[in-house]
Design a protein around this ligand. Structure first.
Ligand SMILES: Cc1cc2nc3c(=O)[nH]c(=O)nc-3n(C[C@H](O)[C@H](O)[C@H](O)COP(=O)(O)OP(=O)(O)OC[C@H]3O[C@@H](n4cnc5c(N)ncnc54)[C@H](O)[C@@H]3O)c2cc1C
Length: 337
């Protein structure tokens, strides 16, 4: 345990249920925890809620969620957040749960490196795991990690007046460039092909936005001492290089996911997934799991199945916490407005 963790541990409030992962399954679980009057916290390693939907395909339409003939992924996330937030869950973003331990008094400690969260039960909805940015394939890039290389834009003001190089041709890269254009002094977007994976609408906007778009270009090298001052880019057909003065590079090259620390929590695993029974219980009493991260005979990795497993996990956690409580939550339609 780090010194910082030790200091914060006793100041942390005890929650009834802590949900690891704020994807669709975790968000729906948080809603259900509210329905069951449980004090709930969601922890996610990403800076935003929504899991794969927000991170990997926010602009894509989904056609197989009950009640929505067609819904854009980011809109489904907005609806899930609105539904879950009726019960004011505590939300902790940018925190990866690295360790899960059960104390002798039955309280779970969730160690994130920043602090230790305390909880009476845990629901793991960690999907395909934590996302880490794909490293920039350029000479000298590692030296500028945290000093000029960005993988998200969580504060546009940081880029005001700067010359910025954006890399990639997907939704993230194009959205980053469009967001930066009004505040940065210059925005250059390089993409290794001339076909963009981003939404057609965004690509159209990109070409009329004032962003300098350079296709068939890749990043070769980053320059600077203390701070990033420039980049060498290379045309991948002609081999011609060009130096551009930039103070920031924003990568839209995406993320890779891995279960990482979860594999060491003493959970029974099969094919990189947590084994659960029909109550969504894991082999550790008080720890439940749901969504893409679980396995059982016939498991399907779909949003719709996560939506079924989340209430099962939460309602069973309720009876774990209070053995007198009923498993069945009652019908939500009986609720008084
Ligand atoms: C391109 C694409 C298209 C898809 N289209 C469809 C579709 O049309 N219909 C459909 O049903 N499904 C679709 N899916 C699958 C669907 O997105 C998943 O089934 C769904 O996201 C699973 O939700 P989840 O909440 O279980 O996990 P996730 O969405 O993966 O969310 C898990 C969250 O847990 C967090 N996390 C992981 N480990 C930790 C940790 N240690 N500490 C803190 N946080 C952690 C992650 O950051 C993530 O936010 C698609 C998937 C992709 C990639």
């Amino acid at each position: 345990m780090t010194e910082k963790e030790e200091l914060t541990q006793e100041q942390e409030e005890l929650f009834d249920v802590t949900i690891i992962g704020g994807g669709p399954t975790g968000l729906f679980a948080a809603f259900y925890a509210g329905v069951r009057d449980l004090k709930v916290k969601i922890i996610d390693s990403l800076p935003q809620l929504g899991g794969q939907l927000a991170e990997l395909y926010p602009e894509k339409y989904i056609y197989d969620v009950g009640g929505f003939p067609k819904v854009r992924a980011k809109e489904l996330v907005e609806r899930l957040v609105e539904q879950a937030f009726q019960y004011h869950p505590e939300v902790c973003l940018n925190e990866q749960v690295q360790d899960l331990r059960k104390r002798e008094d039955g309280v779970f400690e969730l160690h994130t490196g920043q602090r230790v969260h305390l909880s009476r039960s845990v629901v793991i909805t960690a999907g395909i795991g934590s996302f880490t940015p794909r490293p920039l394939p350029a000479e000298g890039a590692s030296a500028f990690e945290g000093r000029g290389i960005y993988y998200y834009i969580d504060n546009l003001e940081r880029f005001r007046g700067l010359s910025v190089l954006v890399i990639g041709g997907g939704d993230s890269a194009v959205d980053f460039a469009l967001m930066l254009q009004p505040v940065a002094s210059r925005v250059i977007l390089i993409h290794r092909r001339d076909q963009f994976r981003a939404h057609e609408d965004s690509v159209k906007k990109l070409f009329t936005s004032g962003v300098e778009v350079k296709t068939f270009y890749e990043l070769k090298k980053l320059h600077g001492d203390e701070k990033l001052t420039g980049a060498t880019i290379v045309h991948n057909k002609t081999g011609e290089t060009e130096n551009v003065e930039v103070q920031a590079v924003v990568s839209g090259l995406g993320f890779s996911a891995s279960l990482g620390p979860i594999l060491n929590w003493g959970l029974e695993m099969e094919d990189n997934a947590i084994v659960v029974n029909t109550k969504m219980e894991t082999n550790i009493p008080g720890v439940y799991a749901a969504g893409d991260i679980v396995t059982y005979p016939g498991k399907l990795k779909l949003i719709a199945t996560g939506f079924g497993e989340a209430p099962t996990a939460i309602n069973n956690a309720k009876t774990y916490l209070d053995p007198q409580a009923k498993l069945f939550p009652g019908h939500s339609s009986s609720r008084k407005e």
